[in-house]
Structure formats: structure tokens, C-alpha cells
Write a protein that binds this ligand. Structure first.
Ligand code: ADP
Ligand code: MG
Length: 701
């Protein structure tokens, strides 16, 4: 009988021959079960049939050479660095390999040791050499293709230890069961699971590794999508939902009164949301769109649809500043709207929008609570204060959550709990790549607004690489202020603590005030200031009583001051791409010409690629793709996916097509067989991945 993977998860690796004393070391690198071991994949292979001889290496090639150590020496270079010089040779010739600051290599690479060296070939005084190559000890492995596993030098685990155990594990496991229905396997042109495991660990030829990689990467993505899709469908089954009235007259009146035409993307987003609202299941939709892309009108429309059918709406934002801005904005947008009210003479009354934050006084709060319960308040805007106990609604129909990543799952659930399966729209201004969205937010539907309202010009972004060039930025600030505009200076990010961050911001503020901008009106904003003081500074800046706001990244979230036209970001290399892009979105909000200066002397390495990307691109979604390229998926997945659903092999960059396919197959299977009654092997595999509670929820009819 074929073996299920979950069975291998129950077998301890200590059962394998030869693991014995190395069992503890295995645990340290995260390998406890036989399943852990066989999903510990080679990071590279040596193809003995295609091995390059030293004599035929061309300079500047990236090459893999298998050779024997002839001699090695350790000494201190003039610069003080420890230097290990090794001469290696094969049948064709010799080559020098140099390591800086890796003194332990002298012990690892003793005379007679055979190893694979992977690196760039250089020519130095007529001889070939490599500097700091990747080294894998080959040992006495035979066979044409040799898998190289991640080495765990510190734990004393070699690649041939691992290879030997994997081979034994695969042999003793017998044939591995394939839970993917044949029909899908054929359609996707995937090889079987058993063959895939053998071909990734013990391939006969290099060509065999590719389909094996594809199949196993697919499995990782598919398991993840299955849990996400099952969760989505289970939630829908569980809930009753409200069928909202999308045909009323409130929304058309609102749209007709707007001083602009909706963009195509805004229309599309509104249509998708309206379809969700009209449907029987509660909406769980993510609305992605950059700062300034016009998400507010879309969110406002969703809220109005709820009100139109006699329900209430709530909008929750992560900070007081943001909540207040939304409140003022929505009140203005809804100024002339009225809702039916049979108790009045005219049969209607103005639409009521209220604000609730921690600063709302006791009397106002009591009035608000009463208004919410008897339905006199149509829309409530606010911060976490919305979650407090006294807040109860007559009928909460639609929820909008802004900057959703700032709220936890429980907080979102708490707000949902204030209604009877209300529809939920979450918004984010941080674009994430499509494949990542499918993976991280796979239990949500996703709508993207890419098109900016006409007339928005992205800030001209300039990278100033030295202290001399900085003056260009300061001059632009003075020039813009002279014409009545305002400017931001963003202080360097200090990771250590908020306290140190605050102190360094204070110092920078004093320097700018006395040395750089004497005569201008400056003030400071940082996270350690009391909320009251923060608000005072923001209000002064908004009212045009300040020329320059010196701030830490507290301004990142949603601060909207239309007259700001210049931003200077100090030590820009310390910030991530998304953060820098968010920050610069704060200037030029009226559509005026605007500038963003990135100060950084880092002209090499990954930081410089980030800055360069910002100078060249103004589209947040393109930047998000570049960010994924540069940083890998870890940072994106980190927050939501942990444990067994980790992607070991699959890459959201390289395997883009597989992400989409995996999602498609998951939907097809779940929608034809919601509880996987006809797919027992697949059901068992998914169950074994998730917590028992979750499994119960997922498979409950
Ligand atoms: P976001 O919330 O996505 O950051 P906003 O909804 O605050 O963006 O919109 C930014 C600005 O663009 C606002 O001043 C808004 O009135 C304006 N705006 C929104 N949609 C349009 C449109 N279709 N045409 C012109 N201006 C628009
Ligand atoms: Mg907004």
C-alpha cells in the first residue's frame, strides 16, 4: 500500500541507521521526523558527467569545480584579516582558492580533502583563482549526480550524512501516495509524487530534477491554497450574511454629486463590491490601491449601500489622525445626502456620520452609544475605540477597515461580532504582488485599483549620494516654502528603540532649525510625543502655520496635507521600498509638481538597488514586484504563514504560474466536493497540516 506523507511525519529520524548520535544535531536544524528529512531538499547538484576541468575555466565564469586540496595555509593579511589560501587540483591543473575571515577553512580543507568549489573564476598573474567560493565537501559519494544539501557545519552534519539518510528514508518508506487526482496531474503536466521525491534527491540526470522541483513546489502551494480555499468556503457556509439593496437611490445621488468622474478602476471596484454586497454571503474583500488612488470613494460607496438598505456602517482606522481625516472627508462627501425617516415631517433626515476615538468625551460617548442602538447614527468612523464594549449597533451591515495590516485578526473579528455577519472591506495602500496576495490573503477576494485619478503627478524622485549634494534638497525646500508650499523632512530610522529614535529626531530637528533653515517655521513630530502634542503639531502643519515638518515615520500612515510639495528623506537606505514609496506619496496631493529627495551615501549593494528602483519607478505594484525580487518572500509570508505550510521549494517569484494554477485547482476541487468526501487522501493530508480545531471547522458541513 502506498504511504501517506502524514505517516512519515510520525516517524522519528532517529529510527534511521547511522543517525544515532547526530539525532540532537538534526533537531537543531529543524529535522525531527522522516517527513522533515525528505523535505529537506538539495540546494544544488554536482553533475559529474559535466564537471568542468580547471584547465578549461575561463575568467569571469561562474563555475563549479570538484577538486582535491593539495596544500593549505593560514596567515594574517596586511589589512589584519585572516587569510586562508588553498591550492586545489584535478587531473587537468591547479587553482588557488582564497578565503578572507574564514580561518576555520584551514581545518575544513586539509590536504587530500575532495570538495566542490562554486564561485567566480578570476585570472591573477596568469593563474586561475577563486575568492570566497561556496564550498561543499563531497566525501566519497559515487553516482553521476551528487545532491548537495545545505551544510550545517556547526552541528557537524555533512551533506553526505544527509544524502545517505534521505536515501535510506526513501527506500524504507516504500511508494509514496499521490493525493492529487490523476485528472489534474495530467492537465498540469506534473509528474507523480513518488517519482518527484526520488528525482529531487537521487536524480539519474540533471534534467530529472526540473519536473521533480515543479511537482514538489506545486504541492507546497497547493496545500496552502487548499487550506485557504476551504477556510473561505467554510466561512461562507457558516454565515448567513445580508443581501444588501444595491438598487437604491442613495448611491447614485452620491456619485452624481462628486466633483469628478470615477476612474475605470474605481468603477470596477465598486461593481465587484456591489456584487458581493448583493450576494447571500458576507463579503471578505481586500481593496488594494496606492495612496491617492481614490479608495475613499469606493469605501464610501460600500458604506452607503449598507445605509441604503436600512443598515449602519463602520469604518475603523489605525490612528486618531487617520480616523479624524476619514471623518472629515466622509462628512464632506455626504453633506447633502439624506435617508428616509418616517418620523419626520418631510419623511427624511440628513445622513448622520459620527466620530469615536479615545478622545471622545463621556457625554458625547453616551449620546453616540444611544444613537447607534436606536439607529439614528448611520455611519460610525473611529479607531480601536469602536471595539469597546458600550458600542452596539441597531444593525451593522458594512464594515470598512483601513490599513488592515495594522489590525490583528482578533480585532477584525471583534468588529465583525458587533453585527450579524456584516460585509467586510479591508483596505491597504501597500501594494503587494499578485502571487503574494493570493498566498497571504488567499482567503479574501482581492480588488486592485491601479489607475490613479487624472492629474496626479508622481513626485520627481532624486537620489543625492553625498553631503555636498544635500544642499540641493535644502535649497528646494527653501524655494518651495517661498512660494507658500510646505515640506517634510523624514529623520533617519533608528531601529534600537523608540526612545533613541526620538532623541535622534530631536537632535536633527535642532540642527535643521539653527543651521539649515534659520528663519523658517519648523516643528517636530515623533512617536514618543504625547498624543495631544502630536495632534497640535499636525494641526499647525495642516493649517499652514508651519513651513517644515521634521518627523519620524509617524507620518507614513495617511497624513494628508495638500500644500506639501517637497519631502527629504535622510538615510533613505535604512527604509524599505514600500515604506519609501508610502512616504513620498505624502507630497503633491493636489496634483502640483512635487519632489522627493533621498539622502544616502550607500551607492553599492542591495540598498542602492532599492533607491535606484524608487528613482526609476512610480508604480507601487511594479515596486512591490522589485521588492519581492530583492528581498525574497520570507518577509511577506512571515507574518501569516508558519509551520508546516512553509514554502521550502516554491518561490512566489519563480513559480508565479504555479501559484495561480494551485489556486485554480483548489477552487475546482473544493467547489465540486466541499468536504472532500470523494478525496479522502487529500482530506487527510490537509487535516494533518492544520490544527485540530481548524480541521473541524474546515470540514464541518
Ligand atoms: P486613497 O484613500 O486611496 O489614498 P483618496 O480616496 O483619499 O485616496 O483620494 C485621493 C484624492 O483624489 C482625494 O482628494 C479625492 O477626492 C481625489 N479623487 C478620488 N477619485 C478621483 C477621481 N476619480 N478623479 C479625480 N480625483 C479623485
Ligand atoms: Mg485614504
Amino acid at each position: 500500500m502506498a504511504r501517506r506523507l502524514s505517516r512519515l511525519a510520525e516517524l522519528d529520524v532517529g529510527e534511521l541507521k547511522g543517525v544515532g548520535s547526530k539525532r540532537a544535531a538534526m533537531s537543531k536544524v529543524g529535522i525531527d521526523t522522516v517527513l522533515d528529512l525528505i523535505t529537506h531538499y538539495p540546494r544544488r547538484y554536482i553533475d559529474r558527467s559535466r564537471q568542468v576541468e580547471i584547465a578549461s575555466l575561463a575568467p569571469a565564469d561562474e563555475a563549479l569545480v570538484v577538486a582535491k586540496v593539495r596544500s593549505s595555509s593560514l596567515r594574517r593579511a596586511r589589512t589584519g584579516k585572516m587569510l586562508v589560501e588553498v591550492v586545489v587540483g584535478d587531473d587537468s591543473g591547479r587553482m588557488k582558492v582564497t578565503f578572507f575571515n574564514q580561518a576555520w577553512r584551514a581545518k575544513q580543507l586539509r590536504e587530500g580533502t575532495e570538495a566542490a568549489f562554486f564561485g567566480k573564476v578570476e585570472l591573477f598573474r596568469g593563474s586561475r583563482q577563486m575568492t570566497n567560493p561556496v564550498v561543499d565537501l563531497v566525501g566519497n559519494r559515487t553516482g553521476r549526480i551528487i545532491p548537495l544539501y545545505p551544510q550545517s557545519e556547526k552541528e557537524g552534519l555533512t551533506t553526505w550524512d544527509k544524502a545517505g539518510w534521505v536515501e535510506e528514508a526513501l527506500e524504507r518508506a516504500g511508494v509514496l501516495l499521490d493525493p492529487l487526482p490523476d485528472e489534474w496531474r495530467e492537465r498540469l503536466e506534473l509528474i507523480g509524487r513518488d517519482k518527484a521525491f526520488h528525482d529531487i534527491h537521487t536524480p539519474a540526470t540533471m534534467e530529472d530534477t526540473r519536473p521533480a522541483h515543479r511537482r514538489l513546489a506545486f504541492d507546497e502551494l497547493f496545500r496552502l491554497q487548499m487550506t485557504l480555499v476551504l477556510r473561505k468556503r467554510a466561512l461562507e457556509r457558516e454565515s448567513k450574511g445580508i443581501r444588501h439593496v444595491v438598487e437604491g437611490d442613495l448611491v447614485p445621488r452620491f456619485h452624481a454629486a462628486l466633483p469628478f468622474q470615477l476612474t475605470g478602476d474605481q468603477r470596477k471596484a465598486i461593481d465587484e463590491i456591489a456584487a458581493d454586497l448583493a450576494g447571500p454571503h458576507p463579503m471578505h474583500r481586500l481593496l488594494q490601491g496606492e495612496v491617492g488612488s481614490g479608495k475613499t470613494v469606493v469605501a464610501a460607496t460600500a458604506l452607503l449601500v449598507g445605509v441604503q438598505g436600512g443598515h449602519q456602517g463602520a469604518l475603523m482606522a489605525p490612528t486618531e489622525v487617520l480616523a479624524e481625516q476619514h471623518y472629515l472627508g466622509l462628512r464632506e462627501l455626504f453633506r447633502d445626502l439624506s435617508v428616509p425617516d418616517p418620523t419626520t415631517l418631510m419623511g427624511d433626515r440628513p445622513l448622520v456620520v459620527e466620530l469615536l476615538t479615545n478622545r471622545t468625551g463621556a457625554a458625547d460617548r453616551a449620546r453616540l452609544h444611544a444613537g447607534l442602538v436606536d439607529g439614528k447614527v448611520d455611519l460610525l468612523i473611529g479607531t480601536h475605540a469602536l471595539l469597546t464594549e458600550g458600542v452596539e449597533f441597531a444593525s451593522l451591515g458594512v464594515i470598512v477597515i483601513d490599513e488592515q495590516h495594522r489590525f490583528g485578526v482578533e480585532q477584525r473579528a471583534a468588529l465583525r461580532g458587533k453585527g450579524d455577519d456584516p460585509d467586510v472591506l479591508v483596505m491597504t495602500a501597500t501594494p503587494i504582488p499578485r502571487t503574494a496576495a493570493m498566498t497571504v490573503y488567499g482567503d479574501l477576494d482581492v480588488t486592485v485599483i491601479r489607475e490613479m485619478p487624472p492629474g496626479r503627478r508622481p513626485p520627481k524622485t532624486v537620489w543625492l549620494p553625498g553631503p555636498l549634494e544635500e544642499e540641493t534638497a535644502w535649497k528646494k525646500v527653501r524655494d518651495e516654502v517661498a512660494t507658500g508650499s510646505q515640506a517634510y523632512v523624514v529623520c533617519p530610522l533608528v531601529e534600537e528603540s523608540e526612545k533613541i529614535q526620538a532623541r535622534s529626531a530631536e537632535e536633527e530637528f535642532i540642527r535643521l532649525k539653527s543651521d539649515v533653515f534659520p528663519g523658517l517655521r519648523l516643528d517636530l513630530l515623533h512617536g514618543r510625543m504625547p498624543a495631544k502634542d502630536k495632534e497640535k503639531v499636525m494641526a499647525a502643519f495642516r493649517a499652514g502655520q508651519l513651513d517644515v515638518l521634521v518627523a519620524t515615520t509617524v507620518i507614513e500612515v495617511g497624513v494628508d496635507v495638500p500644500d506639501a510639495s517637497v519631502m527629504v528623506i535622510e538615510s533613505a537606505d535604512r527604509f524599505g521600498i514600500a515604506q519609501l514609496h508610502q512616504l513620498r506619496g505624502r507630497v503633491g496631493r493636489k496634483g502640483q509638481a512635487s519632489w522627493c529627495y533621498l539622502l544616502s551615501e550607500e551607492t553599492e549593494g542591495e540598498a542602492s538597488e532599492r533607491l535606484d528602483a524608487l528613482v526609476k519607478n512610480s508604480d507601487g505594484f511594479e515596486l512591490a514586484e522589485i521588492d519581492l525580487e530583492l528581498r525574497g518572500e520570507g518577509t511577506i509570508l512571515g507574518v501569516r504563514q508558519k509551520g508546516r505550510t512553509d514554502l521550502k521549494l516554491a518561490s512566489l517569484r519563480r513559480d508565479r504560474d504555479l501559484v495561480a494554477r494551485a489556486r485554480e485547482v483548489a477552487f475546482a476541487i473544493v467547489d465540486s466536493d466541499p468536504l472532500l468526501a470523494g478525496h479522502p487522501d487529500l482530506a487527510e493530508e490537509i487535516r494533518s497540516l492544520v490544527e485540530p480545531d481548524e480541521a473541524e471547522f474546515l470540514f464541518k458541513s
